[in-house]
Design a protein around this ligand. Structure first.
Ligand code: PAF
Length: 276
């Protein structure tokens, strides 16, 4: 497995690879990332992964400096997953001093849900992914459905910029008890982790009500809210939205995303299910 640590080397090595499937990550790899890598394997003979904790997508009060960076074990996991190239650029090269600020924004999609609670977050995500796409020039790229708004925005960005890259979603991977895998789960104490299960429990309860015939989205949202409040989680939002426009959906007439962001102690978690 090739480990490349600067942009010029990445471009040189990428040239030799032919068709490339790309999994951008911020490291702290878990089974969710590994499932994206396995999916990537099925779409191209060569798989590239980037590990880069992107400073521009963190708000001033967020966890950029304490975000986990277990580099050695991440590289081992990539090796075991059969990754061909890992790109780990230094932040000073991605954002060289004096480099003009670049704004890539899709305001209709980035100002709601996560974007409302984390102003500037998706600008940072689009900025770094546009740069990574330019450097790695993959044929196909993979993003997890847990971050469904990110997936939607990056798909729209590729379309709006006419990039010749296919974006493929990977299903949310869950622990056996149902908690969606996230690098931030490691911040949870055992009791907080127990309480965090209210998120997936609430979402699955609502999905069950949908199966039993409930079509009013606000009833499904209320169900989720109740379960979260029982565990005293602090709710940023529980929403029902159209998966393409991300606009509020009143009724479940077609695919509808029930999305949650909530805090357990100091840890902010997100999750979602699609109904309809
Ligand atoms: O989902 C992530 O890990 C990040 O937002 C991404 C897409 C790698 C951009 O930094």
């Amino acid at each position: 497995m090739l480990i490349v640590k600067n942009i010029a080397e990445c471009r040189r090595e990428r040239e030799k690879l032919g068709r490339v499937a790309f999994v951008p990550t911020m490291g702290a790899l878990h089974a969710g990332h590994l499932s994206l890598m396995a999916l990537a394997r099925r779409h191209a003979p060569k798989v590239a992964v980037s590990i880069f904790v992107n400073p521009t997508q963190f708000g001033p009060k967020e966890d950029y400096t304490k975000y986990p960076r277990p580099v050695e074990s991440d590289l081992e996991k990539c090796e075991q997953a059969g990754v061909d190239m890992v790109f780990m650029p230094p932040p000073e090269e991605m954002y060289a001093p004096g480099m003009a600020e670049l704004v890539v924004d899709l305001p209709q999609l980035s100002s709601v849900l996560e974007g409302k609670h984390r102003p500037g977050h998706f600008r940072g995500v689009c900025q770094v992914v546009a740069k990574l796409f330019n450097i790695v020039t993959p044929n196909v790229a993979f993003f997890g459905q847990k971050d469904f708004q990110q997936l939607r925005i990056l798909t729209a960005m590729v379309e709006a910029l006419n990039l010749p890259i296919e974006v493929i979603p990977g299903p949310t991977v869950r622990d056996p008890d149902g908690l969606a895998m996230s690098s931030r789960n490691q911040y949870l104490s055992p009791t907080e982790r127990e309480r965090a299960l209210a998120i997936n429990r609430g979402l699955f309860l609502a999905a069950g009500e949908f199966k039993e015939g409930v079509r009013q989205a606000n009833r499904l949202v209320t169900t989720v809210q109740h379960v979260l409040l029982e565990q005293h989680l602090s709710i940023d939002y529980v929403a029902s939205v159209d998966p393409i426009t991300l606009k509020h959906a009143d009724q479940v007439n077609g695919p509808t995303v029930l999305a949650v962001a909530a805090r357990v102690g100091n840890t902010r978690l997100i999750d979602n299910v699609v109904v309809g």
